[in-house]
Write a protein that binds this ligand. Structure first.
Ligand code: AMP
Ligand code: ZN
Length: 473
């Protein structure tokens, strides 16, 4: 049982060896709560949930910390336009974020530190950097002196000389022009007493820079050196590069041992982003009738977490069918587990073991969930075939169920759906599948008969452009 993980620092898949045996500390760059999260953000948080679940499956006790960035230039601008305090302005977005995570079955982190509550820790870090000559004060702002940290750039593997902004597009504004070198970045930004976001400091009133927030909060919660730091790929530079520089310059020890970055969700080839207007929120998808379990399934299994994923709403229809299929098989196993008098051939037990082994091999190889799920579907196919032939008894059903349960500790969609009061029974699902087949073959008479049969069972159908939806009448 060795877990292999791609480390952006070494640019290789490495064996994950935690700092303290049996435990793992994990920091996740959380949302900037100036607005609701879009599903691209959620894809990254889901990838991190997958990692967390996988480490737990491997027997590790994981301490996951996810910060909430509740002060930054965008938040300040929007809050002041709305005539609100930072806290008033961000509260509904924080609440909405937690609702999204819950709907998507993301396991709660151990803590969610908020930037505005960690100003003293941030200022301590700044003063250590000033004392060591790694930072300097100009007009009430404090800047990190990149020339004092020769290893700068080791994570992003970029020639960073002269670079000012990163892929995230967060460029320091011109008001912070007093830097020794253009690439130096602000740790602390000068402000005035009474500003919407201003705290007293040895340098005068001001507010923290974004990068500083994450260094201070992660080291406060997890120690000066911890196991895993995650984020989306756009966080690599400058955010994580700057975190490394300011943390290691202050402590003199390695900051993070494994850097894990999730790739973006795209729309029509470009990154989904609030600023581009090409985004969709989970709330909108739910309003349009999509099940959050289908969203979770698509965002997690649509592509490996290190590959880009193209979002199309139609893909949710297929994801919905996949989740239903898995859940229906789960229910079929439950039904057969308490059955009797069936000729048990033992074949399903063998198939279940093979599927579970393949699932784990894929997951241990840098969380290759799309491959792992393929092994689960193989079991569903084989299982349904054997069940149709009457070759499965309680033992086989139990073996299959145990493989499903194990997979679902990572997937977390099957049991939820299978146990839902309105989930389709095996018979209902079979009728629905027959009707879909009839429609594909343009046998509308049969399709209408099946529709009536389903209606008698209390299932109402609606045929849409992207497929058939059902609901309990
Ligand atoms: P933000 O709230 O902007 O700080 O972003 C929160 C997280 O979402 C960060 O880890 C980003 O890297 C990530 N993120 C932003 N846009 C996308 C996207 N289109 N696909 C995947 N992750 C994203
Ligand atoms: Zn961060």
């Amino acid at each position: 049982m060795t877990q292999r993980l791609y480390n952006s620092m070494s640019e290789r898949v490495e064996e994950f060896v935690p700092l303290a045996p049996g435990k793992a500390g994990m920091y996740t760059c959380g949302p900037t709560v100036h607005d609701r999260a879009q599903i691209g953000n959620l894809r990254t948080f889901l990838a991190e949930d997958l990692l967390r679940r996988q480490l737990e499956h491997q027997g590790l006790v994981v301490t996951q910390v996810m910060n909430i960035t509740d002060v930054d230039d965008k938040i300040i601008k929007k809050a002041s336009e709305a005539g609100r305090s930072l806290e008033e302005y961000t509260a509904p977005f924080i609440a909405a974020f937690f609702r999204d995570l819950e709907l998507l079955a993301v396991e709660p982190a151990a803590s969610y530190p908020r930037a505005t509550k960690f100003i003293p820790q941030m200022l301590t870090l700044v003063s250590r950097l000033v004392e060591r000559g790694s930072a300097y004060v100009r007009d009430g702002s404090v800047y990190f002196r990149i020339s004092s940290f020769p290893a700068y750039g080791k994570l992003s593997h970029l020639d960073t000389a002269g670079l000012r902004s990163g892929a995230s597009g967060r460029v320091d504004e011109d008001e912070y022009e007093a830097k020794e070198q253009v690439r130096d970045f602000a740790l602390w930004k000068a402000g005035r007493k009474g500003d919407l976001a201003a705290w007293p400091s040895p340098y005068g009133w001001g507010r923290p820079g974004w990068h500083l927030e994450c260094s201070a909060m992660s080291m406060d919660q997890l120690g000066e050196t911890f196991d895993i730091h995650c984020g989306g790929v756009d966080n690599k530079f400058p955010h994580h590069e700057n975190e490394i520089a300011q943390s290691e310059a202050a402590t003199g020890v390695q900051f993070v041992r494994y850097w894990v970055h999730a790739e973006h969700l795209l729309v029509g080839g470009v990154k989904m982003a609030k600023s581009l207007g090409n985004f969709v929120t989970l709330e909108t998808l739910v309003e349009r009738g999509h099940d959050p379990m289908a969203v979770r399934f698509l965002l997690l299994t649509g592509a490996h977490y290190r590959h880009k994923l193209q979002f199309q709403e139609e893909l949710l229809q297929a994801a919905e069918q996949d989740v239903s299929r898995l859940a229906a098989f789960w229910r079929r196993c439950l039904e057969l587990r308490s059955g009797d008098g069936v000729h048990e051939t033992g074949e399903l037990g063998v198939a279940a073991e093979r599927s579970a082994r393949r699932f784990e091999e894929a997951m241990e190889d840098d969380l290759s969930l799309p491959d792992a799920v393929a092994a689960t579907f193989e079991l569903v196919r084989e299982g349904n075939r054997l069940m149709d032939a009457g070759n499965v008894g309680p033992e086989g059903a139990e073996a299959a169920l145990s493989a499903l349960r194990s997979a679902d500790t990572r997937l977390a969609v099957m049991e939820r759906r299978a146990l839902r009061a309105d989930a389709l029974s095996t018979e209902e699902r079979a009728l629905l599948e027959q009707r879909e087949q009839a429609r594909r073959e343009r046998d509308f008479a049969l399709s209408d008969r099946l529709r009536d049969q389903l209606l008698e069972l209390g299932i109402q159908l609606e045929d849409t452009k992207t497929g058939t939806r059902w609901r309990r009448a």
